[in-house]
Design a protein around this ligand. Structure first.
Ligand code: 5GP
Ligand code: ZN
Length: 157
């Protein structure tokens, strides 16, 4: 099953050799749109975000086009956090920031605006203007356990 999460590609848009036509991040990876690279290996390119939440905000892009986490294979999934760890340490040492958020949006409803998987690394400082927050919610009696059970069952299949 493919999960598109509301992503609509123009009719006829095609993927060739892992590059999706009309995808801004595929163009950045191919070098046809400029970007400022901070890290690159055979699977990933990490660049400075063009509209940073804070100075030093970096996005990690897998080179092969995938829209979101649901399309990610285990090899890339297992490598992306190793890249994130490496960049996080460099950010911490260089910017001396006491905090760092790692986030990754899947689907329009989650705030995804570019439908090529990417992981955000955002340096954080006390009292900065970055907002990654939610109102704490609650469960009815037994609701959390019920959802957990259903998810657990789904993962066994
Ligand atoms: P999303 O909202 O999809 O999680 O994040 C998309 C991110 O991509 C945003 O933070 C946005 O600033 C960044 N972005 C969009 N277009 C470009 C671009 O052309 N170059 C770079 N470097 N970042 C971009
Ligand atoms: Zn792409």
């Amino acid at each position: 099953m493919r999960y598109n999460l509301g992503v609509k590609y123009p009719r006829g848009q095609q993927e060739r050799n892992g590059i999706m036509e009309n995808c801004i991040f595929c163009k950045i990876i191919a070098g046809s749109i400029p970007s400022t690279t901070v890290y690159e290996d055979k699977d990933f390119k990490a660049i400075m975000d063009i509209s940073p939440a804070a100075k030093g905000h970096i996005i990690i892009l897998p080179k092969k086009h995938i829209s979101n986490i649901y399309e990610m294979d285990d090899d890339i999934a297992s490598k992306v956090l190793i890249v994130a760890k490496k960049i996080a340490a460099a950010i911490k040492d260089e910017l001396q920031c006491p905090g760092l958020n790692i986030l990754q949006n899947n689907g329009e409803a989650a705030g995804q605006t570019v439908f090529h998987y990417h992981m955000h690394l955002i340096p954080r400082n006390q009292g900065d203007k970055v907002k990654v927050t939610w109102e704490p919610g609650s469960y009815q009696d037994g609701e959390a356990a019920q959802i957990a059970k259903a998810l657990e069952k789904r993962m066994l299949n």
